[in-house]
Design a protein around this ligand. Structure first.
Ligand code: UTP
Length: 286
């Protein structure tokens, strides 16, 4: 079955990006002229998804504004002969459906995903963290396929140096990966110490989850950092259904920190036909 819904948790406080994020949500900070969240939406649409569920916070009204139609602005651009800009603006939310749900307090990623239950219903769904930008939709499309074939949840993985694991969820692989980088997961642990980590395969910000995860989320107790952790809900699924990991080989940018955002801005803009050559010349001069 094609996964149709993508949940984008965007209700966090963005403390690593203060003071910018006091007024502007991290998810709306731009790379060139495009807000970070739009890259993640385009990735989901490219994997066949047509319903975007954004989990937002009442402190972040800019996120709702981004999705509101602005026919006046579109019209003004058309009058000025700026058809391309008008078409881009008119397309936001037109060819796909967007639902916004609210998380009252940032109680953790598991809790944020739980807030999307009524918008998603009883179907498998993707979760995309908007502070990680992927090079293309191929990883998510592959994960959708693994979920359809196995009937269980799927997490995206990346191999890192063992000393880097403590900031992430880490999986305990049941087997070596197959030739497509897919492996069965025996267990998951959130933010383990280096000594306790079961592997150096970290969970990166893409998930395809079966809807029984909502039951597990409702039973969560505070985990690492006192938060309700999505990793703990998926670990509970491992006891009842096959959970798989897919080792990613595509580009990934961590835009949750100022340095990561700058690096993503430069790398992604260098690839753009319009601005890439000008930016490259300027970087050479610099
Ligand atoms: P992060 O921990 O990276 O984002 O969560 P954050 O909490 O906003 O940022 P810092 O750590 O304070 O700098 C990953 C994603 O999950 C969302 C965040 O908005 C971010 O996009 N999130 C996290 C929620 O929606 N709710 C939560 O309770 C926690």
């Amino acid at each position: 079955m094609q996964v149709r819904h993508a949940v984008i948790p965007a209700a966090g406080m963005g403390t690593r990006f203060l003071p910018a994020t006091k007024a502007v949500p991290k998810e709306l900070l731009p790379i060139g002229d495009t807000p970070a969240i739009q890259f993640v939406i385009d990735e989901a649409l490219g994997a066949g998804i047509d319903h975007i569920v954004v989990v937002s916070s009442r402190h972040k009204p800019g996120i709702e504004s981004y999705f509101e139609p602005r026919p006046d602005l579109v019209e003004a651009l058309r009058r000025a002969g700026r058809e391309d800009a008008a078409d881009r603006l008119a397309a936001v939310g037109r060819d796909w459906r967007v639902s916004i749900v609210f998380q009252d307090e940032p109680r953790g990623l598991g809790h944020a995903v739980g807030c999307a239950e009524s918008a998603v219903g009883d179907e498998p769904f993707a979760v995309l963290l908007p502070d990680e930008i992927m090079g293309d939709s191929s990883l998510l499309a592959q994960m959708n396929g693994v979920c359809a074939a196995s009937g269980g949840s799927v997490v995206a993985l990346k191999a890192v140096n063992p000393e880097e694991v403590s900031a992430y969820g880490v999986v305990d692989p049941m087997s070596d990966p197959d030739s497509d980088g897919v492996l069965r997961v025996a267990g998951l642990v959130e933010k383990p110490s280096v000594a306790e980590a079961p592997s150096s395969l970290i969970i990166i910000g893409r998930y395809v989850l079966t809807p029984d995860v909502f039951g597990e989320i409702s039973r969560l107790r505070p985990g690492a950092g006192g938060e309700l952790q999505l990793t703990d809900a998926i670990r509970a699924q491992v006891d009842r259904s096959p959970v798989h990991g897919v080792i990613s080989t595509i580009a990934r940018y961590d835009t949750g920190t100022p340095l990561g955002m700058l690096q993503a801005s430069i790398e992604i803009t260098l690839r753009s036909d319009e601005l890439g050559p000008q930016l490259a010349d300027w970087l050479d001069d610099l």
